[in-house]
Design a protein. Structure first.
Length: 501
């Protein structure tokens, strides 16, 4: 029940507090097929071949083991066009078609770390390597076979357009979100160990996506808890995370929690009282240890780097616990042991080679590959800066090559080589803003400019929150309220809900 509190104030609840809406009779005069709309209005329609497949055909594609061998046997695009017949995709009421197209054409393609050229987002890639963009190549096709997921995507588009000033979509977004949140529990309860869970995973991800974008408050953490409860629910559910959608579900919530917890620092016992996320069991804690060094395009770095960032947070928390609780010689002994782990982490970060996704030369041109690698390197450098601020400033190690000023300069230089300020850079900018810009006017202007660029593009609440936290830290320093040195002193008590993934 605690997970529902964040929604109850907004008349949104999980479970059965609202009756399921009955199916409405079709009104042919107010409906239009997505196929027709694409054919007449969207020049990029032919990129997404899945809009011409039936749900049965999509199922065959996603279950086909032969797809795994396509890159090894001289891939031929006619393989798809010859086998599958054209078929109309589901129909939608005319006032919702724009919203679905907006998600496909404007939101989903921008959910990866860089904006790819139009030709590199085609649907053929989705069957060979859906991880290139799970929003576009996994979630959108799933929605054609799940009315509840499609409503979630429509609500996502309505929420984004409302943020951009199209207020006529506010009521629709609220109504659809209320309905989706009400029905998701019923959908979960109806599942058996033999059912697919991909639609559930996709719906929870998109609900979280909306809450982070619109409010970035306790509500998205309620969904994080909800996601954990789904994972903890049964062995049957845990087996379902082996699907591509399941793997994305796990990485999505782990990445958001790991990056968020870098900022969720509280005082002493208070941090346990205010902790909004449910504790991890050994299964979920193990999921945070991902040794994959291939760059995940959604997060702009490798899962292994995210694991190392989590490790830094744990080390920093350990040092604080020792400082608060252990006396004399024991404190020295345990501090020395923890610093060994910190130095090992520094070495891991220095030696980390984040690899481009498999067959990147097929999917991306040289410039795009460079941008992807650049973003992953910026995040690696930011992790070193975070290690310095969270651990080394309070307890310097005997040996380290970490130079925070050099890290900052490299981050700024690399950011300026990119054609845009992508959302995947929010955490590095947040770290630079709090660690390096506190007493450096040039770095302040750099961070502020980049965050404002992000904010103007999509008006996301999480970017606004990051900017406000950073600016408030600068104000406190300028007024002499806090002589910032250590990470926990900079960030303590400033936020418990921000998302930085």
């Amino acid at each position: 029940m605690g997970q529902q509190k964040a929604y109850s104030a907004r008349s949104i609840t999980f479970g059965r507090s609202l009756k399921a809406r009955t199916a409405r009779a079709k009104n042919s005069s107010s409906e239009i097929t997505l196929f027709e709309h694409y054919k007449n209005n969207v020049k990029r329609r032919d990129q997404y071949i899945y809009v011409n497949f039936t749900s049965d055909e999509l199922g065959q594609l996603h279950n086909g083991l032969q797809l795994n061998t396509i890159p090894e046997r001289n891939f031929n695009s006619s393989l798809f066009t010859d086998i599958f017949e054209m078929a109309l995709i589901p129909t939608l009421k005319s006032n919702n078609t724009r919203l679905m197209h907006y998600f496909i054409d404007s939101i989903a393609p921008r959910c990866v770390c860089v904006e790819l050229k139009a030709g590199n987002t085609n649907a053929l890639n989705s069957y060979i390597a859906p991880e290139l963009n799970p929003y576009l190549h996994l979630i959108v096709p799933l929605s054609f076979n799940s009315k509840l997921l499609m409503k979630t995507l429509i609500a996502t588009s309505a929420s984004q357009l409302a943020l951009l000033g199209e207020t006529e979509y506010v009521a629709l977004a609220k109504d659809y979100l209320k309905e989706v949140v009400t029905e998701i529990s019923k959908l979960i309860e109806s599942k058996t160990d033999h059912d697919g869970w991909d639609d559930v995973f996709a719906i929870i991800i998109m609900l979280c996506f909306v809450e982070i974008s619109v409010s970035c408050n306790n509500s998205w953490l309620s969904l994080l808890n909800y996601a954990k409860s789904v994972l903890k629910g049964s062995t049957g559910v845990r087996e379902k995370i082996l699907s591509p959608m399941g793997k994305f579900f796990v990485r999505y919530f782990i990445s958001h929690e790991v990056m968020g917890e870098t900022a969720w620092v509280q005082d002493g016992v208070e941090r346990y009282v205010k902790k909004l996320t449910i504790e991890d069991d050994p299964f979920i804690e193990e999921l945070k240890k991902d040794y994959d060094t291939k760059i995940d395009l959604v997060f702009g770095c490798s899962p292994y780097l995210i694991s190392l960032i989590h490790r830094i947070s744990v080390i920093g928390q350990g040092l604080e616990d020792i400082e608060l609780e252990l006396p004399g010689e024991n404190k020295i002994l345990y501090t020395r042991e923890i610093l060994k782990h910190a130095e090992e982490t520094e070495q891991m970060l220095n030696n980390l080679n984040q690899r481009l996704p498999t067959n990147s030369e097929i999917y991306f041109d040289s410039e795009e590959r460079t941008h992807i690698s650049t973003i992953s390197e910026i995040k690696r450098l930011a992790a070193l800066l975070y290690l310095h601020a969270a651990v080394y400033t309070s307890t310097p190690p005997e040996t380290t090559t970490l130079d925070p000023q050099r890290c900052t300069a490299q981050i700024m230089r690399l950011c300026n080589t990119l054609p845009d300020c992508y959302m995947s850079l929010i955490w590095p900018l947040f770290v630079v803003g709090l660690v390096s810009a506190v007493n450096d006017e040039q770095v302040r202007w750099f961070v502020l400019e980049k965050l404002r660029l992000m904010e103007r593009k999509r008006r996301l609440r999480t970017v606004q929150a990051a900017r406000e936290i950073v600016v408030n830290a600068w104000k406190e320093t300028d007024m002499g309220d806090k002589p910032y040195v250590h990470w926990r002193d900079i960030i303590k008590g400033k936020t418990t809900t921000i998302s930085l993934a």
